[in-house]
Design a protein around this ligand. Structure first.
Ligand code: SF4
Length: 408
């Protein structure tokens, strides 16, 4: 009897089956029109500019397609999704409506996958899962459909090499983010492997301070209690370090963090020793970088009054886009069209804050130029609905849109 295949990483070649459903769910004619008009359009006194790279990235596209293919391939099986497939409430909601159950996060795999049985199917998200979760699921004997993005796998490979070569992985990322947790777990696959997660420049300053002998072990341990591998000893584990990133962080900040740590290691060990104690590779994915570059170009071109950044509040790459924009313009990071309550109120996530806030009198009167971008997990239909809502505030409809040249 043939053994049932239990692990799938390349989908089920059902694109022709799920393609029409995906198009019906996520396509937007408004977005297509904006693209046809060269990403700049106007209706009445409202001008809209859309960043040239925005929305679904290759990894998310693939993960969402595999989720739909999995439903088609296993119509009679229970399907579980380990957390959110991507950080977008609209997409996760549609997936749940197909009868795929989202499992909530838990400290350990036994709790998280308690309900999963041998005959069930588990979808693994684009940002991957930890080594421990993977092993636990293998042990259960269930079918796994792994949608981990190739760019995330590339980071894992680097972290793996660091651990193999006796380097501690210093990961620029949020220690509680699924991708960073999964990446960090790769550092423990070699005996003696360690990791440390740093979120931003301020945290990196503390690490640099320790390396230079200016910060005590106790203060270090207090600061990074939740962000370092078990048994981490900074005196031992920060003597050889390798840099990696969560793929969706702010590129400019990642490079700065890299330089800060390089300088600290040079101060401590000397220039000649640097190749033996410091490694770095840029693991920001190209989709994240393209979206950040596109929004920077749009901001540099000028002529905008405000920015709308669309994406899940827990989406790191959307947060990074909002941060870039907020340095230049009033910026509103909204989950979707429901954030635009009316011309008097917008509900959004202010940059650097965890919770949603309401801002009043956000929409200036008179002629208006609005810039738009969306994180890598935001589908076009959501972008299109936001455009509709924005135009409606000024009594305009999407079929009134006409091409508008971007500023020279
Ligand atoms: S943001 Fe980058 S790493 Fe994440 S799924 Fe998209 S392409 Fe992959």
């Amino acid at each position: 009897m043939a053994t049932e295949q239990k692990y799938f990483q390349k989908g089920f070649q059902l694109k022709t089956v799920v393609g029409p459903v995906l198009a019906a769910n996520y396509h937007s004619t408004v977005v297509e029109r904006l693209k046809e008009f060269g990403y700049a359009a106007r209706a009445g006194d409202v001008r809209l500019r859309l960043a040239r790279e925005f929305g679904f990235c290759y990894g998310v596209d693939r993960a969402v397609e595999y989720a739909y293919e999995t439903r088609a391939q296993f119509p009679d099986r229970r399907i579980f999704l380990s957390g959110e497939i991507i950080h977008n409430p609209d997409v996760n909601g549609r997936i749940e409506k197909m009868g795929i159950r989202l499992l909530s996060e838990a400290a350990d795999p036994v709790t998280r996958y308690a309900e999963v049985q041998k005959e069930d199917v588990v979808l693994l998200p684009a940002f991957g899962v930890t080594v421990a979760e993977m092993e636990h699921l293998r042990g259960k004997g269930c079918v796994m459909v792994d949608t981990t993005c190739g760019s995330v796998l590339n980071v894992w490979k680097n972290v793996h090499y660091y651990a193999r070569d006796g380097f501690t992985s210093v990961i620029h990322g949020k220690y509680y983010h699924e991708e960073t947790k999964a990446t960090a777990s790769q550092a423990l696959t070699h005996p003696g492997g360690h990791y440390l997660c740093v979120r931003d420049r301020a945290e990196t300053e503390v690490v640099c301070g320790f390396i230079r002998g200016e910060v005590a072990s106790e203060a270090f341990a207090e600061k990074f209690r939740s962000a370092m591998s078990p048994g981490f000893d900074p005196a031992r584990d920060l003597t050889r370090i390798g840099l990696a990133n969560q793929t969706t962080m702010l590129m400019s900040e990642s490079l700065e963090i890299q330089e800060m740590l390089r300088a600290a290691m040079r101060d401590r060990h000397g220039e000649a020793e640097l190749p033996r104690c410091f490694r770095a590779m840029d693991t920001i994915c190209s989709a994240t970088q393209d979206r950040q570059d596109a929004v920077l170009r749009m901001l540099d071109e000028g002529g905008l009054d405000l920015m709308i950044v669309i994406g899940g509040y827990n989406s790191s790459n959307t947060q990074a886009l909002a941060r870039i924009c907020s340095e230049k313009l009033p910026t509103y990071h909204i989950k979707g069209p429901e954030g635009i309550v009316d011309a008097e109120e917008i509900r959004h996530r202010p940059v650097g804050h965890g919770n949603e806030a309401a801002t009043a009198a956000w929409l200036p009167a008179g002629p208006l130029s609005i810039g738009l971008t969306a994180g890598a997990s935001t589908p076009n239909n959501v972008v299109g609905e936001v455009v509709e809502r924005l135009l409606a505030l000024r009594g305009r409809k999407t079929d009134e849109l006409q091409p508008a040249a971007p500023p020279k």
